[in-house]
Design a protein around this ligand. Structure first.
Ligand code: 13P
Length: 251
């Protein structure tokens, strides 16, 4: 069994401005730069990527974007290509449930974004997760397996990939999945990777996301298929995000 380095990634969504982005990044840098044994990622909005990545350059904290275009270049007003992100970020979130639900992104779009990111040398953090109605009908496992399989159709850069299981009903609700539910579903994700690329299943990191905080992180990290967390709300406070990093690494 491969030893997987845990990942703690913060998705700041559309909650900050250029000034507060820098303040937050500075706080995380001060409190968490020295923590070892954990991959730390912050994902500010596009407008702050340049200043935050400048601030964090040379540190142990990586910068990710929250979205990327599937297209290389051209007449796509308002879009940001993977090539534009290069040099600013090392990671990029693709297929977040908010983009799937609010902006109509399909798993086909997500595959294309993941491939565009990887071919520019960025590491995609590919999100999947079921809505409450799906869970209530007992179909969460097959839904997420299908969603991940179709989001990875034709994908080949397994070394770069990080997967995040984020049940929609747990995002921003304060009601995280139980560690048993999260384990069950991250294992489903690993099973899909095993089917698509047997050699990669042991090394691809699979994260849990949805109301992760310093009170539930330890139990989540104890689960054998959970390799870290993708964090929204709790990533917006340097102290709280640094507690998550400390829980996953060695201070
Ligand atoms: P919360 O941690 O606020 O539930 O958000 C999770 C999320 O969507 C991270 O991408």
């Amino acid at each position: 069994m491969a030893l997987r380095t845990p990942v703690i990634a913060g998705n700041w969504k559309m909650n900050t401005d250029i000034e507060s982005d820098l303040e937050l990044a500075r706080g995380i840098l001060e409190q968490s730069d020295a923590v070892i044994g954990v991959e730390k990622i912050v994902c500010p909005p596009f407008v702050a990527l340049a200043s935050v990545s400048e601030l964090l350059r040379g540190s142990s904290i990586h910068v990710g974007a929250q979205n990327v275009s599937a297209n290389e270049n051209g007449a796509y007003t308002g879009e940001i290509s993977a090539a534009m992100l290069k040099g600013l970020t090392s990671h990029v979130i693709v297929g977040h449930s908010e983009r799937r639900a609010l902006y109509g992104e399909t798993s086909g779009d997500v595959t294309a974004k993941a491939a565009a990111a990887a071919s520019s040398g960025l590491r995609p953090i590919l999100c999947v997760g079921e809505a409450l109605e799906v869970r209530q009908t007992g179909n969460a496992e097959s839904f997420v397996a299908d969603q991940l399989e179709s989001s990875l159709a034709g994908y080949s850069d397994w070394d770069a990939l990080i997967v995040a299981y984020e049940p929609v009903w747990a995002i921003g609700t304060g009601e995280a999945a139980t560690s048993d539910q999260a384990q069950e579903m991250t294992a489903v994700c690993r099973g899909v990777i095993q089917n698509l690329a047997a050699g990669a299943a042991d090394s691809v990191r699979v994260l849990y996301g949805g109301s992760v905080n310093s009170g539930n992180i330890a139990e989540l990290l104890e689960q054998s298929d959970i390799d870290g967390a993708l964090v929204g709300e709790a990533s917006l406070k340097a102290d709280e995000f640094s507690r998550l990093i400390a829980a996953a690494g060695t201070v």
